[in-house]
Design a protein around this ligand. Structure first.
Ligand code: SAH
Ligand code: SF4
Ligand code: F3S
Length: 429
């Protein structure tokens, strides 16, 4: 029996797909990249923007065609699905299940009970990379940002037990993973068994072995001084921070229900930069939120110029059913205007990212080698979470994927670095 798994959405969804793969492989299914060969198609969807939902509607015709050729084919939908879409999708899918009910998938497919666990996050994922492992520390969200669908698709925030998280990471490190990425919609509000995020981070940081530790994503309102100090002190946490601002204007931030101001955010960045040398910062921004005037948008552009982000994930506002913004405000910024605003921010980002990367030229930095790209170049990642292509100098060294090497930066662009392995500093690992 073969399954074809379609995933889109954030890292949390990708991590969930690795758990879906475990459940299916435990009952004898093998993955296929060819949809026509599949006995089971499973879609793990995202609803954060309408575009993502439309992608699923776009797939249905193809699914129906394949089902005509193979009447035994099962088509299943999971992930972040809104109630309204669930009702519409019902007639095309054999099963729509809430990702929290993943352990029950076994019963649906085999009529046998999954004996292992009822907690879907405790299903050990079939991780797709041998080097990087995503570890969800929580799921859901309590913040109800006015534009956002996540609290409606994933429900309220639930943190996992620190004991279970630590045991899982210990196993991953034993298996040779070198990059551990803790996941949550707002890791800063993690709280379980009297352990907060700052304490959890310290517990992971104290684990034996050489590895890099990252975490996404942070909510500025919950980034405490205690946490900033912990991040600065942790040896395995690199100088990288993803801190979504969403907008650079106080009135828009208030309408978004974000609970902070621009000056508060700027002050956070100041504190972070003071404590953490060479900090690389990324963010999320929405353009064209209802009622966003040209002047209010210009405040966002101004903020981007002043912070000088290394990366920004830009999105055009998309009204989402059930959310406060969709219920209260008219989506009144024209599509063309949203597009233009996004382009303006992208131009600013390209410049600041390039300028930040230029500081790397000539420097020797540590790089974790991840693999080969399509052109057979080795690539890796820096502790500042930058993508890097690494070339051999005059001599070909016996490089091992998953090891850390010193690399001299020779060239940079907005979206990445390029460098050469350092012969002198080459050390056996
Ligand atoms: N928990 C994360 C965000 C998860 S959603 C956080 O608080 O930062 C990922 C990103 O999608 C958001 O940061 C936001 O920039 C974008 N997004 C969410 N809802 C959106 C909407 N309705 N329209 C456009 N972009 C949206
Ligand atoms: Fe959505 Fe806000 Fe929660 Fe992030 S913090 S998932 S943007 S509601
Ligand atoms: Fe992620 Fe999309 Fe759900 S961003 S949490 S998969 S709505």
């Amino acid at each position: 029996m073969k399954y074809h798994l379609i995933t889109f959405g954030c890292q949390m969804n990708k991590s969930d797909s690795e758990r879906i793969a475990t459940v299916l492989e435990n009952i004898g299914y093998k993955e296929t990249s060819k949809i026509n060969e599949a006995d089971l198609i499973i879609v793990n969807m995202c609803s954060v923007r309408q575009k993502a939902v439309d992608r699923v509607y776009g797939m249905i015709k193809n699914f129906n065609r394949i089902k005509k050729q193979n009447p035994n084919l099962k088509i299943i939908l999971t992930g972040c699905v809104l109630l309204k879409d669930k009702n519409k999708f019902k007639k095309w899918f054999d099963l729509i299940f809430d990702i929290k009910d993943l352990p029950k998938l076994t019963k649906f497919l085999t009529k046998q009970q999954n004996k292992q666990t009822d907690d879907y996050l405790s299903i050990l994922p079939a991780i797709s990379s041998p080097i990087t492992a995503y570890v969800p520390i929580m799921t859901g969200c309590n913040n109800f940002c006015a534009y956002c669908v996540v609290p409606y698709t994933r429900g309220r925030e639930i943190s996992r037990s620190p004991k279970i998280i630590i045991a899982e990471i210990k196993k991953l490190l034993k298996d040779g993973y070198k990059e551990i990425i803790l996941l949550g919609q707002n890791v800063n509000s993690y709280q379980k068994d009297d352990v907060n995020f700052s304490q959890l981070l310290k517990m992971v940081d104290n684990l034996q072995g050489k590895f890099w530790l990252r975490f996404i994503t942070n909510h500025p309102k919950d980034l405490t001084d205690e946490l900033i100090n912990t991040i600065a002190e942790c040896k395995k946490v690199g100088p990288y921070m993803h801190l979504p601002i969403q907008a650079g204007n106080d009135q828009i931030l208030k309408k978004m229900n974000r609970h902070y101001t621009v000056s508060y955010y700027k002050n956070l960045i100041k504190k972070l930069r003071k404590k953490i040398q060479n900090l690389s910062i990324s963010t999320d921004i929405i353009v064209g939120f209802p009622g966003e005037t040209k002047n209010q948008f210009n405040d966002t552009a101004k903020l981007m110029r002043s912070i000088k982000f290394d990366m920004a994930y830009l999105a055009q506002y998309s009204p989402r059913p059930q959310t406060l913004a969709a219920k209260t405000f008219k989506d009144n910024v024209p599509k063309e205007e949203k597009k233009q605003r996004e382009e303006i921010l992208n131009e600013i980002l390209k410049k600041t990212a390039l300028k930040n990367n230029e500081k790397y030229i000539g420097k020797i930095i540590e790089v974790l080698i991840i693999g080969y790209d399509k052109k057979n170049n080795l690539y890796g990642v820096t502790d500042t979470f930058k993508h890097i292509l690494v070339k051999f100098g005059q001599k070909k060294l016996p490089i091992k994927i998953g090891n850390f090497y010193n690399v001299k930066i020779t060239q940079v662009a907005s979206w990445g670095l390029e460098g050469c392995f350092q012969l002198l500093s080459f050390r056996k690992q």
